[in-house]
Write a protein that binds this ligand. Structure first.
Ligand SMILES: O=C(O)CCC(=O)C(=O)O
Length: 426
């Protein structure tokens, strides 16, 4: 099926493939209701579709494995689709997973970092609040974080400039199959159903003294010297995010009863990912998502939202909003840190909804360890009552799993653990 478009330069192809499964076995307790409701309905839906389409049988692993079916191309054109009354089926989520656009506000702590940043050995009055939030859902906000307003504003400005470019320009840094960096329009080349209503640009940031300008070099090498100003802004932004995340790691270490230096050193030489998210308006925001429900497989996320609402978090069996606050960064724990903390701190299910009137943008910095560093909790977090929850792994193994074998969801870490022990992916 081909959607007619007027502007051929903005045509994007996507391919119809089997729907990936989201079934899981052992899951953190705060997701269990979501997961149970989801699985029962999913099972029913699967039984019905098995009756209707008994000729196509795929194993769960095959369902999760991204694959390209070159037979049935579909054209996705965000600049046309955002005005159309209907949206292509590939963007329509199943009834039991559809968004609620209005969600009550999450009571999330607002942490003022000023004192902590000024006197790095002083512990924070607010550390109890951070700890409570991390034990419960892993989300908190930071203000007086030391990042200049000008730098944040430049990062948003250059994001608009990038996504305003013609498609053919953006496609010069098209994200390739199995890779985590580059331009992606709705992941159309990777998935075929439950597509997100967004464009993204992702790139790597390495805190590596031997490659001091790796973000800047990426822009110049991939797009040409005229993109140096983009590279400079994002180089500076990523360096600032990396420093901020190491300060936050110091706090988390102190809060967990490990030394302030432990996680900070663990993430020195981090090999992180920066992502620019652009969500065009959508005339059917009640049918789709900007970013579908998932937990971040990475370690710590530092997000800056523009002034448009969209971020929702699943807490106490309910979707809650985190409203934009231009002065604040939203910080959340990812799966890798959940493993490092031996499940004490939670990596929480979240998603982004879209709306019919305004575009929305967000900047996400995903802190990740150096690729070959072994992820295992420190001794202080292990005792007879709390045995190891996850096996040793490296970030490069988990990254490969999420790029090649599994679409990140609320159950990534458990599915990864099963996969490491050669169990079939559920
Ligand atoms: O844009 C947002 O508010 C959330 C983005 C997000 O969850 C992601 O990029 O993983």
């Amino acid at each position: 099926m081909k959607i007619k478009t007027v502007d051929n330069t903005r045509q994007l192809k996507c391919y119809i493939k089997a729907e990936p499964t989201l079934l899981g076995s052992r899951i953190p307790s705060q997701y269990s209701t979501y997961q149970q409701q989801h699985n029962t309905k999913k099972k029913r839906r699967r039984e019905t579709s098995e009756m209707a389409a008994s000729c196509v049988i795929t194993s769960p692993e095959e369902e999760h494995t991204p694959k390209l079916d070159l037979v049935t191309p579909l054209v996705f054109n965000p600049s046309m689709l955002n005005l159309q009354a209907t949206i292509p089926n590939q963007f329509i989520w199943p009834d039991d997973e559809k968004p609620c656009l209005e969600a009550p506000e999450l009571d999330v702590p607002l942490i003022d970092l000023q004192n902590f940043l000024a006197h790095s050995h002083s512990t924070l009055d607010a550390s109890r609040l951070i700890s409570e939030a991390c034990y419960k859902h892993g989300f908190f906000l930071v203000v007086n974080h030391g990042i200049s307003e000008q730098l944040i504003s430049d990062a948003h400005e250059y994001m608009s400039r990038f996504f305003d470019m013609p498609l053919s320009e953006k496609q010069r840094i098209q994200r390739k199959e199995g890779e985590s960096c580059g331009y992606a329009s709705s992941f159309t080349g990777r998935f075929s159903t439950k597509l997100p209503w967004k464009e993204t640009l992702s790139f790597q940031f390495c805190d590596d003294k031997s490659r001091p300008k790796n973000v800047q070099d990426y822009f110049c090498d991939a797009l040409g010297h005229e993109f140096e100003p983009f590279g400079k802004v994002y180089q500076e932004y990523c360096e600032a995010m990396s420093s901020l995340s190491l300060k936050i790691m110091e706090l988390l270490g102190i809060n967990l009863g490990v030394s302030g230096d432990y996680f900070k050193s663990f993430f020195e030489e981090n090999d992180s990912i920066m992502r620019l998210n652009y969500y065009p308006p959508c005339q059917k925001p009640d049918l789709t998502f900007g970013t579908g429900p998932h937990c971040d497989p990475t370690s710590l996320t530092i997000l800056h939202q523009d002034h448009v609402h969209g971020l929702q978090v699943f807490v106490d069996n309910q979707w809650r909003s985190i409203s934009p606050n231009p002065k604040a960064f939203v910080v959340n724990i990812g799966d890798t840190f959940m493993a490092l903390s031996n499940n004490r701190y939670k990596s929480c299910l979240h998603r982004a909804v879209v709306n019919s009137k305004s575009e929305r943008k967000s900047l996400a910095f995903f802190l990740c360890p150096k690729k070959d560093r072994v992820v295992k909790p420190p001794r202080e977090l292990l005792d007879g009552n709390t045995p190891r929850r996850y096996p040793d792994f490296t970030w490069s193994m988990l990254l490969e799993f999420t790029q090649k074998h599994y679409r990140a969801d609320m159950n990534t870490l458990q599915a990864f653990t099963d996969w490491l022990s050669n169990k079939p992916i559920q």
